[in-house]
Write a protein that binds this ligand. Structure first.
Ligand SMILES: NC(=O)c1ccc[n+]([C@@H]2O[C@H](COP(=O)([O-])OP(=O)(O)OC[C@H]3O[C@@H](n4cnc5c(N)ncnc54)[C@H](OP(=O)(O)O)[C@@H]3O)[C@@H](O)[C@H]2O)c1
Length: 326
């Protein structure tokens, strides 16, 4: 099969499409003929740092959509030709390849009206936003939420999902993305590079602060967000835990929620693994019903993945970019 091969630690900028043997599904796994693969910051991050579980050449890419080509021993409920999407384990060979293997209990069925490119945009960013909002934050008690990085993948799904449940959504983005972020459902958008974010959040919430923050930016961003949270509020963080040493006990009583989507694959907790498939099903239904956008801004070729990851590493890409594999 053709695959984009990473030949060593931090060599992702020079990856090339080459021939390599196709994988074989083991017990409980499926072999998927991959049609589209979503790009994510985790690709260049893991490739830069390397991973002791990898054997080079390694294949990057976590978000794959395609058709089942073969099922391994013991797999029930799935057959050749089924259209599926999955979030892969970053310890294993990934999605920038014509074929990929994954565990059958973590895959979701793609409705006929949803394209492979749309489905491939969902897993890493969409499942993370979904998990933060509906598995971590107590959404029934939240009225206002600050979602940082509204123009990015996780932020974009987060805004749409929070808005769909009737929350007041405040987001941050560069000025040229404000219209886009509003179109996703944000009620207020703050230009983090020019405005005083805390002052604006306090103004918008009449001095109270927000019930919850979803931080998609950094440890610093998560730390400064603590001062924008109302009493008994929450923060879900995906890009660095906040330093809460300045928050005194018996003061704001903030709850802290870590989201680390890929860790699901590494904990041998089958309940959590099966939940990936449920989250995928739910997001695919929302896309099929046109209740949320899959955020696909651009479809590229597999050969263009390295230069596009370089663009992603500059951290100003809007929405999602997907590679068409075959
Ligand atoms: N823990 C997990 O499970 C998990 C899962 C998924 C992703 N992540 C991590 O979460 C982060 C976000 O991922 P992503 O897929 O959404 O893509 P991303 O590439 O980080 O998002 C790009 C967006 O970030 C915005 N941005 C950059 N700096 C910002 C700042 N200081 N304040 C507000 N917005 C800012 C940019 O908006 P403007 O161009 O408008 O400035 C751009 O649209 C990444 O670091 C990723 O690795 C973690």
């Amino acid at each position: 099969m053709k695959a984009l091969l990473l030949n060593g630690k931090n060599e992702w900028k020079t990856m090339k499409v080459e021939e390599i043997d196709s994988p074989t599904p083991k017990k409980g796994e499926v072999l998927v003929k991959i049609h589209a693969a979503g790009l994510n910051p985790v690709d260049y991050k893991t490739a830069t740092n390397g991973n002791p579980h990898w054997h080079y050449p390694h294949i990057l890419g976590l978000d794959a959509a395609g058709t089942i080509h073969a099922v391994g021993e013991g797999v029930t409920g799935w057959k050749t030709g089924d259209r599926v999407v999955y979030h892969g384990d970053f310890n294993k060979p990934g999605a920038y390849a014509e074929y990929g293997v994954t565990t059958a209990h973590t895959i979701s069925r793609i409705p006929d009206t949803v394209s492979f490119e749309e489905a491939a945009a969902l897993p890493t960013a969409g499942y993370t936003a979904y998990q933060a909002l509906f598995r971590k934050l107590p959404m029934s008690s939240i009225e206002t939420i600050l979602i940082h990085g509204g123009a990015g993948g996780v932020g974009g799904f987060g805004i749409q999902l929070a808005k769909a449940t009737g929350k007041t959504v405040i987001s941050t983005a560069s000025a040229h993305n404000h219209e886009y972020v509003r179109s996703l459902g944000a009620d207020y958008v703050i230009d983090y590079s020019k405005e005083d974010v805390k002052a604006r959040v306090m103004e918008v919430t009449n001095g109270r602060g927000v019930d919850a923050v979803l931080d998609t930016v950094s440890r610093d961003s998560a730390t400064s967000s603590l001062d924008m949270i109302a009493y008994n509020g929450h923060i879900a963080h995906i890009a660095g835990a906040p330093d809460y040493t300045h928050i005194k006990p018996f003061s704001k009583v903030i709850s802290y929620h870590e989201v680390a989507l890929n860790a699901i694959h590494h904990n041998q907790d089958e309940k959590a693994e099966r939940d990936l498939a449920k989250i995928g099903d739910e997001l695919l239904s929302l896309v099929a019903e046109k209740k949320i956008s899959p955020l696909v801004e651009r479809v590229i070729k597999m050969e263009e993945v390295p230069q596009t990851l370089l663009e992603l590493s500059e951290r100003h890409v809007k929405g999602k970019i997907v590679a068409k594999i075959q």
